[in-house]
Design a protein around this ligand. Sequence first.
Ligand code: NAD
Ligand code: MG
Length: 402
Amino acid sequence: MSQSSPRSITILGSTGSIGRNTLDLISRDQSAYRLVALTGHQQVDLLAEQARRFKPELAVIAEASLYPRLRDALAGTGIEAACGAAALCEAAERPASWVMAAIVGAAGLAPTLAAVRRGAVIGLANKESLVCAGALFKAEVARHGATLLPVDSEHNAIFQVFDADDPRGIEKIILTASGGPFRQWPMERMEAATPDEAISHPNWNMGAKISVDSATMMNKGLEIIEAHHLFNMAPQHIDVLVHPQSVVHSCVAYRDGSLLAQMGTPDMRIPIAHCLAWPRRMATPVARLDLADLGNLTFEKPDLNKFPALSLATQCLHNGGAAPTILNAANEVGVALFLADQIGFLEIVRLVEQTLSVLALPPPKDLGDIHEIDILAREKAQSLAQSSLKTANTASSQYKQK
Ligand code: NAD
Ligand code: MG
């Protein structure tokens, strides 16, 4: 890509899978970009290494106890070091024309909003922001004239083939899903699935949280909600289709019977490059798709009994109000507990379902309400999980005594 003046870029979550892929693309033509800020959570050595190589103005580590290590690693470089939640927002507020929002979970909401509020062009990977804050998030985007470019591969695919000038010509959008590592597993085997098995995605190499979400298919549930907000599609016009090869990244069905799809090898650098170069195209080193080599592409309907997260997320979208925020927060708690070996794999979605059924909260009126609902849902999910753990422990100790 050759441009007259370097583009200013900030990467929120530069140490993660999406962040590293973004820096990989930038590294191939580094003089075309000027890095403003990079942020990470706990991988302080990697963040320092990225900062020394890409020379941003500012590097922020979210975990405050790691600040001295970052500061020392960057001493003498002229790169500012900072820490904590407020500094993440400050990083997003610095003038950069393009911001990659790649923090995982609702933790990404405040920094992403800080970039939205200065009208930046934002590559949105952090789908949880849109799921938990929905219409209120979009209202901020509209109010501040920000631009959201979908990085999520399915939404990026739709964005590439969606005729925004004639949305009434669109009948539905079809999100493809790999089906995750347990697509062919029986429920009994899924019950005992380990974190290692859940994060071994067949096609994509991603962060732990989204990998577990792919295994429960909650990821697709979150993506239904994400698609609703990004493309203004009613829930009944959003379908999910399982496509184990992850080559067709999603489709748009038009009222004349045309079905437009975007295809490519499963490599996140394609959608990231699409957003990075938007509205143009840039060269990438990704493997090219060889259809003859592939031979067959297969498609099937999702198994809603095995993957209840899909219906649960759709129901939350229908119900609106606080439901999507609760869904997202309880899922984050469930995934974290599963990754810490505290609950079983199938209990993740059960916990989300239980949290939704016991927590009756009024619809959010503003972003402050979203924050409160998020906190209350996390507390409730934690306490539900603790009480079921206690019951399980009591039952097993009674059993042992017999
Ligand atoms: P990851 O776990 O690899 O990286 C997450 C990043 O967020 C890291 O930089 C981490 O340091 C940072 N982070 C985590 N918790 C934080 C906190 N509390 N405060 C500040 N920073 C924090 O995750 P990922 O796979 O790169 O995914 C990032 C986002 O992109 C997620 O929302 C995910 O759903 C979305 N996404 C990822 C992929 C993919 O292929 N990895 C594809 C589509 C969408
Ligand atoms: Mg996706």
